[in-house]
Write a protein that binds this ligand. Structure first.
Ligand code: NAD
Ligand code: ZN
Ligand code: ZN
Length: 340
């Protein structure tokens, strides 16, 4: 089978021929149909974060495909069934986080495409308990971006407890943001979308954003304040300055939800304003299996639109460059040529 491999941080990925992986107990082998290119994969390939993967590794945590082989003890999945393999590859199921509905915080978790090989490959392994069944009628190329970009932003809005009469700012309308705009609308909020390219701002408008803010030419904080200030701001742009800008547009009692993970990311948080305005800063990491099930359910019901453009896996390096240059409409999905 073919896989795109990070051999060295910051170097182009290498397409390699590898033997098909054998599922161990509790695992399945998936014939990958599609895998989205999340910006996290670029951080992984660049070794951007304090906790780094160990090369050689195969990135990709938006892998969707058909179960091909069951490991020992797997009874709830069937060969031929379409599943998604998210970032949360497995969690322990026993710690306080797992037991309290916060499996995403499990300290023993293994992350797909980071702590084990991911979906930039024709075949991959998944822990059966964490492989998410994809509902009938949801294509692999649509399911892929939902598997990280979808569940992450859906969860970020949940942790912020968004209510219908609120103003929600979405900073960065990329892979994550284009879905965030839609979930915020579904939650009933008024949505202000912020980005730095004409195409992304036009897309945000098409997807239902009510207020459009161009961070190249407008003062993000002042614009949000002109509309009363944001109750909730999702920081999805890979830029610490964008975090600071959107934070300055919160109304009193507002919440900044940090989601993007820029390399060496730190922000200046004004203590006086944070205290006097009673604002909060919340970190939000992907979502649980239940969150992903809800994301798929919404899509199967026709309530969300995934904006994806496909590429062959052999175009992996060019595709990464496209994302970094801001040229992608929303999400690139590698089409592994086995369906869709
Ligand atoms: P992306 O590259 O598709 O989107 C980023 C968007 O931000 C682009 O549309 C870009 O034009 C826009 N942008 C750039 N500078 C901006 C600025 N100054 N102001 C406003 N917008 C600006 O990336 P993505 O795949 O959506 O991922 C975004 C980030 O989220 C990455 O850092 C990724 O690692 C992280 N992420 C976090 C989680 C989590 O669970 N916390 C999950 C997935 C991804
Ligand atoms: Zn991701
Ligand atoms: Zn746990």
């Amino acid at each position: 089978m073919k896989a795109a491999v990070v051999r060295e941080f910051g170097q182009p990925l290498v397409i390699e021929e590898r033997p098909d992986p054998e599922p161990g107990p509790g695992q399945v082998r998936v014939r990958v149909e599609a895998c989205g290119l999340c910006h996290t994969d670029i951080h992984a390939a660049h070794g951007d974060w304090p906790v780094k993967p160990t090369p050689p590794f195969v990135p990709g945590h938006e892998g969707v495909g058909l179960v091909e082989k069951l490991g020992e003890g797997v009874t709830h999945l069937a060969v031929g069934q379409r599943v998604a393999v998210p970032w949360l590859g497995r969690a322990c199921g026993r710690c306080e986080h797992c037991l309290s509905g916060w499996e995403t915080l499990c300290e023993s978790q293994i992350n797909t495409g980071y702590g084990c090989d991911g979906g930039y490959a024709e075949k991959m392994l998944a822990w059966a308990d964490f492989a998410q069944a994809v509902p009938e009628g949801v294509s692999a190329v649509d399911a892929a971006p939902l598997t990280c970009a979808g569940v992450t932003t859906y969860k970020a809005l949940k942790v912020a407890d968004v209510r219908p009469a609120q103003l929600v700012a979405i900073s960065g309308v990329g892979g994550l943001g284009h879905l965030a705009v839609q979930y915020a609308k579904i939650a009933g909020a008024t949505v202000a979308a912020i980005d730095v390219t004409d195409e992304k701002l036009a897309l945000a408008r098409e997807l239902g954003a009510d207020i459009i803010i161009d961070a190249r030419t407008q003062d993000v904080g002042a614009e949000l304040k002109r509309h009363g200030g944001a109750h909730v701001a999702l920081a999805l742009a890979v830029s610490p300055a964008a975090f600071e800008a959107v934070n300055s547009g919160l109304r009193r009692g507002g919440k900044l939800v940090m989601v993007a993970l820029p390399a060496h990311g730190t922000i200046q948080l004004p203590i006086f304003d944070t205290v006097l305005n009673g604002t909060s800063v919340i970190g939000s990491i992907v979502g649980t299996r239940q969150d992903l099930a809800e994301v798929f359910q919404l899509h199967a019901a026709g309530r969300t639109k995934v904006i994806q453009e496909t590429r062959p896996l052999t175009a992996v390096n060019e595709s990464i460059d496209e994302v970094l240059r801001g040229q992608v409409k929303a999400r690139i999905v590698f089409d592994l040529g086995t369906g869709g």
